[in-house]
Design a protein around this ligand. Structure first.
Ligand SMILES: [Zn+2]
Length: 423
């Protein structure tokens, strides 16, 4: 069986510091060897040899807060009213391929309407379209009058929008079970306002009993659950309800950090969205998004607390509200720089959030997230060293190889043959 040899790599394996002159061998869908040039196995004339000449190799990244069906959303009404389901599905399919071509070989949904995440996941797994490994989310589960219950009642739209309105633990349980019946892998709740919503962060828009009912119903059937949560009170309630993922957590403090680290919940800070909203407001004096001033306070708090929380062992992952008007699809890697330049985190740590932690949230930590013998070959070859300059990941032309499950999605390198190497 032919193998692919990646030679002379600067290896960012997700475990060790960068190691120059490394060799990674892939056979079928898996990595069969990771070693130094001196220890590399002999190649045969059937093998494909790629000389990386010092370029970096890292695991494929995972976008853990993904709205594949957000299309240049300028305000909440755009979410439901801008496109019919058929057109939006096609737009989302293009976004899924774009995400993969930006180096993200995995994605975890954070809310989509018309069951688009599930449809895309099935189409990707059947080979109909290109896209990442996908953990599918469904509609936003919210209460009456929540920020995401945004259609004026006199419009009498009677449509199935992004928000699915539930009140009381029984309705939450039923909604979660119906979402799971549709094929959803992760449930999305909106327990607090803030971070772009019309209700402020301190408002709890659902009760602890409702959150617990939803989480129990999801976990009972082996599914995950996540929540848009900004305030300290919301973070603690999310942990009391055993949510798997806390989205945003802008107002995290020491007490939250201790519990998040001890209880192992994932946190998606998604710092790039508030940064863009705050910048837009500074530039234009206005913002389309709710609570820009509050978001600025959250941004400052995140910048202060993220390094401490990271050191304490909180499991951070990468993901943000791309597809909103300030941040187009395709800009995904800009978020990583926000943590390095904005919060002073080491680039290698942020890469670990994007790869190793992301693979764990995908539910594939034994198969993905690091470059080790036996793991699936979801790999990137990067022109330069992203651990020295994280911004190089933003330019897709720097992604010289994108491999998913041992198959090339992109390869800009010219292979040597084994005979050419011998000569
Ligand atoms: Zn979101």
């Amino acid at each position: 069986m032919a193998r692919t040899f990646f030679r002379r790599a600067n290896l960012l394996d997700g475990i060790n510091p960068p190691r120059k002159n490394s060799v990674v061998v892939v056979e079928d869908e898996r990595i069969t060897d990771v070693c130094s040039e001196a220890d590399a196995p002999a190649s045969s004339s059937n093998d494909l040899i790629l000389d990386l000449d010092g370029r970096s190799m890292m695991p494929g990244m995972v976008q853990c807060h993904y709205h594949v069906a957000y299309d240049n959303v300028g305000n909440l009404l755009d979410l439901d009213l801008k496109h019919p389901a058929t057109m939006l599905t096609l737009i989302a399919a293009k976004n899924a391929e774009l995400l993969l071509r930006c180096g993200f070989t995995g994605a975890v949904g954070a809310g989509s309407l018309h069951n688009i995440d599930v449809t895309l996941k099935q189409a990707i797994n059947r080979g109909l379209i290109e896209g990442p490994r996908f953990v599918a989310c469904g509609r936003d589960i919210v209460t009456t009058g929540d920020s995401v219950d945004f259609h004026p009642s006199w419009w009498k739209l009677e449509m199935e929008g992004l928000g699915r309105i539930c009140d009381g633990p029984d309705e939450f349980r039923k909604a979660v079970r119906e979402e799971i019946k549709q094929g959803v892998d992760i449930i999305k709740l909106y327990p607090t306002g803030g971070h772009g919503l019309s209700w402020p962060a301190d408002i709890m828009t659902m009760t602890l009993e409702e959150m617990k009912a939803a989480a129990d119903a999801a976990h009972e059937r082996g599914k995950k659950i996540r929540g848009h949560i900004v305030s300290k009170r919301g973070i603690l309630a999310g942990l009391d309800a055993h949510l798997d993922v806390i989205d945003h957590a802008d107002m995290m403090d020491d007490e939250c950090i201790e519990r998040l680290a001890n209880e192992g919940a994932f946190v998606v800070p998604s710092l790039y969205f508030p940064y863009m909203v705050v910048e837009e407001k500074r530039r234009t004096g206005r913002s389309n998004w709710g609570g820009a001033d509050e978001m600025e306070r959250g941004l400052e708090n995140s910048r202060r607390t993220l390094p401490k929380a990271n050191a304490a062992g909180v499991k951070f992952v990468i993901g943000d509200d791309f597809g909103t008007s300030a941040m187009p699809h395709g800009d995904y890697a800009k978020e990583l720089e926000a943590y390095v330049k904005g919060a002073g985190l080491p680039a290698l740590e942020v890469i670990r959030w994007a790869t190793r932690n992301g693979a764990e949230l995908l539910g594939m930590k034994d198969d993905l997230g690091t470059i080790e013998k036996g793991k699936l070959a979801d790999l990137l070859v990067v022109n330069g060293d992203p651990s020295a300059d994280i911004s190089i990941l933003q330019d897709r032309t720097n992604l010289h190889v994108i491999m998913k499950g041992g198959r090339f999605v992109e390869c800009q390198l010219t292979p040597l043959t084994a005979t050419a190497k011998a000569a």
